[in-house]
Design a protein around this ligand. Structure first.
Ligand code: SF4
Ligand code: SF4
Length: 319
């Protein structure tokens, strides 16, 4: 991959160039101590240390969105969002978007948000509880900016760099910086499947489930948890069909017509989350969707960390 050198104020120049035809967003530390994705006006306001509490999935898959509205016999499709640019995205969240792209490849509303989304990656600092699944490939991005170097990872990224002309140095061969946190290799998929199967009666599941509050915080903040529910409402002579985030820790998640619940206990719901994150789901069976951001462990009120549960199970089951 090629990079080019750039001046100290390149971040702000880039922000201004993108702001011409994008709404520019970036993760920023709030005065309330919460880091969140919000409109960005200065490159220097980007959070360098903390990931946003809610990841980039909230941009491409909002917590609630209208799928269509029916007014009498008139059908109204959802409003098409304008182009967005998301700056300062760390590698784990870039990999998470790549996973969502695959999970929602056939979803036109998702694609209408994702395709125009311009992604600018930046290096991360090791955060509490985060780890990086081993990956030889760099994460997907349009541009990646590290101090005085910039990489283009897409055609539109390369085209945007052309705008800066002589401000940039000549291209040289170099890889973007690797994530700074320790890499943690996951056991191979076949071992994970066996671990899931053979650990069903392991007391660790019961002990962990006894502590779990079923609050769903871990799933809400996870950058690759994307289960949703579809809800119809009637108001003011209009029918609205909306989709909204659902949560596999809620008892209602696996409740079906007739009152049967496929996962009525917390232990079953914990194991389901493990299965979804590390074994994959549907057409993405076999794809690990945990990107190691550590949000679930940091935001769990009773300190349950899915990766530590996995590690403990691996040791106990002798894999
Ligand atoms: S499971 Fe936890 S560590 Fe893995 S991606 Fe989701 S929030 Fe991040
Ligand atoms: S955040 Fe913790 S307590 Fe809440 S559902 Fe997840 S594992 Fe359970």
């Amino acid at each position: 991959m090629f990079c080019r050198t750039c001046p100290d104020d390149f971040g702000d120049r880039l922000l201004q160039a993108l702001a011409v035809d994008h709404q520019v967003l970036g993760a920023q530390q709030g005065s309330d101590g919460v880091c969140r994705i919000a409109p960005l006006h200065r490159w220097g306001d980007l959070s360098r240390e903390n990931l946003p509490l809610l990841p980039a999935k909230k941009v491409v898959l909002p917590p609630q969105e209208t799928l269509w509205t029916l007014e009498g016999e008139d059908y109204h499709p959802p409003e098409t969002p304008g182009p967005l640019a998301l700056l300062g995205v760390f590698s784990c969240d870039l990999f998470a978007l790549d996973y969502l792209d695959r999970a929602f490849a056939e979803d036109s509303l998702y694609r209408s948000r994702r395709q125009p989304l311009f992604l600018v990656g930046t290096p991360c600092l090791p955060g509490e509880g985060c780890f990086c699944p081993t990956s030889s490939a760099p994460p997907p991005f349009d541009l990646f900016v590290d101090h005085n170097r910039v990489w283009a990872g897409s055609t539109r990224g390369r085209e945007l760099l052309e705008v800066f002309g002589g401000v940039l140095g000549t291209a040289e061969e170099a890889e973007p910086p690797k994530p700074s946190q320790e890499e943690r290799p996951f056991p191979p998929a076949a071992s994970l499947a066996r671990l899931h199967r053979e650990s069903a009666a392991d007391p660790l599941w019961f002990e962990t489930a006894r502590r779990c509050l079923s609050c769903g915080a871990c799933s809400a903040v996870c950058p690759t948890c994307a289960c949703f529910d579809v809800v119809d409402t009637v108001a003011g002579g209009k029918v609205h069909r909306r989709r909204q985030w659902d949560n596999c820790f809620f008892t209602s998640h696996a409740l079906v017509a007739g009152g049967h619940n496929f996962r009525p206990t917390r232990k079953e719901r914990l194991r389901f989350r493990f299965e979804h994150k590390f074994l994959g789901f549907g057409p993405l069976r076999g794809v690990v969707s945990c990107v190691g951001c550590g949000r679930c462990g940091r935001n769990c009120p009773v300190d349950i960390d899915i990766s530590k549960v996995l590690q403990a199970l691996v040791e106990r089951e002798g894999l």
